[in-house]
Design a protein around this ligand. Structure first.
Ligand SMILES: Cc1ncc(COP(=O)(O)O)c(C=O)c1O
Length: 392
């Protein structure tokens, strides 16, 4: 299926997908694919999860939308649930990861102004990815998403990821910084994991300098890394947490959560969203959270992710094009020593959906519910392709 009626933002599409169930997808020719990507970390519960389908169908028959002029029972319930899970105290709902981060950036600016900072500045990281809106692409760390969109939004300074000393040096020369926005694991940037104590050190630095610590958990959240939120592997409670992707299992929803001073800076008129927190998306998210909690899917994500990582490590011990295999839970990167974008199509031809990010990192974001057999099939399909890979 093709059309000329879509803007060319995604280039040529590789297949036409018409159906999904669990970890499997089908194209319009009836070909079946094992999904190692989950719609880029979205369908953590797998495709067409019956509980989410039922919750969406039921809510669609009751009330889909009514605007934020009114209390929405499912929105209130979801807000309380997310606060209980995260340790945050307040939530703003939007529809995407970028919107969740926009809310966080606006919170940082309001907070900065409250502190008397005239040009509040958010410190962001090299190779970060926070979205495609103007503010979030300005916060993102690759020229790839910024090129052509200048003038960029002002009010960001950049530091290398995983380098506390560099942040301290930048801070000593910039009194406008009022917050740090950071991914606990960089996703689009290449599945980059910081040192074990990175968030603790960052939090201590933020406390010392009265900055907000804002964790972008758009990709890492909702059970993917083995805890509901990735920062929960540490002892740190951020001031602001953003999430989206896996929260609705495919139904668009984003959330910006905050605690302490950050939770109270937004006042009536400061921010809003027509669709944010609508009954339909909140019903979906509540069903997702219930499944993650009741079926302990974070624990499953840790186990199946480890199985995939160990399996790949074992299968690729003698592959001299592999630089590193790294990850946490169901967020795995295989770094090659050369660009490898064409592996996406090769894998697809072999009935497997993967992704290549940062040019040379094969990224796997399987559903948290992936079975051991499916994980083994993923390894058995992917490892020979990597082993035989020469160049793009
Ligand atoms: C860490 C992170 N933040 C923000 C975003 C943007 O989310 P969305 O595409 O829903 O706007 C993404 C998307 O990949 C992401 O990985």
């Amino acid at each position: 299926m093709t059309t000329n009626s879509l803007m060319n933002t995604y280039g040529a599409r590789a297949a036409t997908l018409v159906r999904g169930a669990g970890c499997w997808l089908w194209d319009d020719n009836g070909k079946k694919y094992l999904d190692g990507l989950s719609g880029i970390a979205v369908c953590g519960l797998g495709h067409s999860h019956p509980d989410v389908t039922a919750a969406v169908a039921e809510q669609a028959g009751v009330l889909t939308h009514c605007s934020n002029f009114f209390d929405i029972p499912k929105q209130l319930e979801l807000a309380e649930k997310l606060c209980a899970i995260s340790g945050m105290s307040k939530v703003f709902f939007g529809n995407s990861g970028a919107e969740a981060n926009e809310a966080a950036i606006k919170i940082a600016r309001l907070y900065g102004h409250r502190r008397g900072i005239k040009l509040p500045t958010v410190l962001v990281m090299d190779n970060a990815f926070h979205g495609r809106t103007l503010a979030t692409l300005s916060a993102s760390g690759g020229r790839r998403v910024q090129a052509g969109f200048e003038p960029l939004v002002a009010g960001f300074v950049r530091a290398p990821y995983n380098d506390i000393d560099a942040i301290n040096r930048i801070a000593d020369n910039n009194a406008n910084i009022c917050a740090v926005l950071v991914e606990p694991i960089q996703g689009e940037g290449g599945v980059n994991l910081p040192a074990d104590n990175y968030l603790e050190d960052l939090k201590a630095l933020c406390e010392r300098r009265k900055w907000l610590l804002m964790a972008d958990e758009v990709q890492t959240g909702n059970g993917r890394t083995g805890k509901y939120f990735c920062y929960q592997h540490s002892s740190v409670l951020p001031d602001v947490v953003t999430t989206s992707k896996g929260l609705g299992n495919g139904v668009p929803i984003g959330a910006c959560l905050a605690t302490g001073l950050a939770a109270d800076v937004m006042q009536p008129g400061n921010h809003g969203s027509t669709f944010g927190g609508n009954p339909l998306s909140c019903a979906a998210a509540l069903a997702v959270i219930t499944c993650i909690e009741q079926q302990q899917l974070s624990v499953r994500a840790a186990a199946v992710g480890e199985r995939i990582m160990l399996g790949l490590q074992c299968a690729l011990t003698s592959a001299d094009n592999v630089v590193a295999i790294r990850g946490r839970g169901c967020m795995i990167g295989i770094q090659l020593d050369r660009p490898c974008k064409s592996l996406f199509l090769q894998a697809l031809r072999n009935g497997l959906v993967i992704n290549v990010t940062a040019d040379s990192v094969i990224r796997l974001l399987p559903a948290l519910i992936m079975s051991d057999d499916e994980a083994d099939l993923l390894i058995d399909t992917l490892a020979p392709l990597i082993g035989a890979f020469k160049q793009d």
